[in-house]
Design a protein around this ligand. Sequence first.
Ligand SMILES: Cc1cc2nc3c(=O)[nH]c(=O)nc-3n(C[C@H](O)[C@H](O)[C@H](O)COP(=O)(O)OP(=O)(O)OC[C@H]3O[C@@H](n4cnc5c(N)ncnc54)[C@H](O)[C@@H]3O)c2cc1C
Length: 548
Amino acid sequence: MPPTSQPWPERVPVLIAGGGPVGLALSALLARHGIASLVVEADEGYCSGSRAICMSRRSLEILGWAGADAATVATGLAWVGGRSYYRDTEVLHFRMPSEPHERFAPMVNIQQYYIEEYAHRAAQDVGTLSDVRFGARVAAVHAADDGVTVEIDTGGGSARVAAQWLVACDGGRSTVREQLGLRMEGMQYEGRYVIVDIEQDTRREVERLAWFDPPSNPGSTILMHRQPGNVWRIDYQIRDDEDADAAVRPENVLPRVQSHLDMIGESAPWKPLWISIYNAKCLTLPRYRYGRVLFAGDAAHLVPIFGVRGLNSGLDDAGNLAWKLAWVLRGHAEASLLDSYSDERVHATRQNIAYGAKSTEFMAPPDFAFRLMREAALRLALDHPEVRSLINPRQSAPIDYAGSPLNGPSDFDDAPGAAPGCPAPEASLLRGAEAVHLSQSFGRAFTLLCFQADGAVPDALGALAAGKAGPPVQWLVVAPAAAPGGDGVLRDAHGQAWQRYGATHGTLYLIRPDGYVLARWRQPDPDRVQAALAPFLLNLPAGASDAS
Ligand SMILES: Cc1cc2nc3c(=O)[nH]c(=O)nc-3n(C[C@H](O)[C@H](O)[C@H](O)COP(=O)(O)OP(=O)(O)OC[C@H]3O[C@@H](n4cnc5c(N)ncnc54)[C@H](O)[C@@H]3O)c2cc1C
């Protein structure tokens, strides 16, 4: 996309530095909240080459709130499990939680440039709220208490834009981070992987495939994933003494790939598309909010690719940040709400790094002791199924915000998977004859999720329900499959919602716009519900401020 000749705005509510997948998804989410943003992207188009390919179910939900899920699912390849081999023997066949009636598969493989394109398109679908400028680079940042002035190299000129909020989504080498003099903390692993994308026709099932010490490449570890367009992602570990430049030369890469394809019986002609080298990093900023500047995605944290937590966690950042920025900009919440973005997402990164480090230590053992333990686990797994969980790759999953300052009350302890701070469990429901999923209702507003045996909102809560449709608060009433009730009632056709939320008649959940549980009551008292919502309902027009 050529740089635009449109004049640059003088001021914007939100400036997003970097139009990678996180920046574009954030812009699309903000647009759905009615918030305008300017995205400044240094490249002239979407990313090329080999980057994220495995999108988690949680990421698909977030892309759904942005309006980019349908295209992602239509292009992507869904999968639920995988196989690991030690030498030439299968030692693990794992499956991720998956069930009939689900909205999304646990994982969908799709090249990162599609995510960028679909997020960009989804942002444009909303109208003019998302202004994306390719071929322009954030050059300097001047942060003040009441806003940020950004100097932009427009490719042949320069511009100065004043933003109420700047979000740095400018990746691992973030200019914004450098401008603020910030450094990430953490460590990186020495072990290196060559990453090769090849095009080859295949009929093989879509699964995550891993080989440890395979006869095709003794001593190495090889990972394979299918991608749309007959593309294989092949990652293999190189020896510590191998030279990085030599390792990515085609004359060194292609024979290893050929040997492995021969071993697994993939005989169709193939050609390489992309070759690069990677080493795992566990790095994060200590905070993601510095006054009026916020950090998201790789600009905020770099986590190992094993377990696919990179882009998936970046999209979770965007899902967490979008509604909070919207609430603050609309005056419905204090600016301090954005501190909870930092608290929650730094906590998530630390968890992701802990999981990612475990996966990395298994995939690329950093020293002799780790190598010995892995060898022992793989050998034992040959004959002892009970050991196989040790070699099960832990794939990306949403992180609980158990210690979040936002969490409200809970007057019961059962259903710990739906306690305040947890991602609200998914459920497949019926609205009339139409099958719907609970997660489809999240993304825009706070949700009062009310479990009612008779499908009617009780009188005591009626005042809260009256006249409240759409942001900032919406009501959902879930009734058992056979209950009476009007059109607005959701029927728990498969019994999933009542069971997963530990619901009894009258149970009420308060769910955040990003689909996390904020508070819950078996005996809801209207005043308490009102108090839990109050920090998010500031400055509402008269008649709408009583959570009614
Ligand atoms: C080989 C590989 C495989 C991976 N596989 C997975 C996977 O399967 N699943 C997963 O979740 N993650 C994966 N990741 C990680 C994933 O690619 C990153 O986490 C993801 O790209 C982060 O997105 P982002 O938008 O934060 O940053 P980026 O994608 O890096 O985008 C940043 C954007 O900012 C732009 N930019 C930079 N500086 C400026 C500036 N000064 N002004 C304006 N624009 C600027 C850049 O041009 C870029 O477009 C993988 C990474 C690699 C390298």
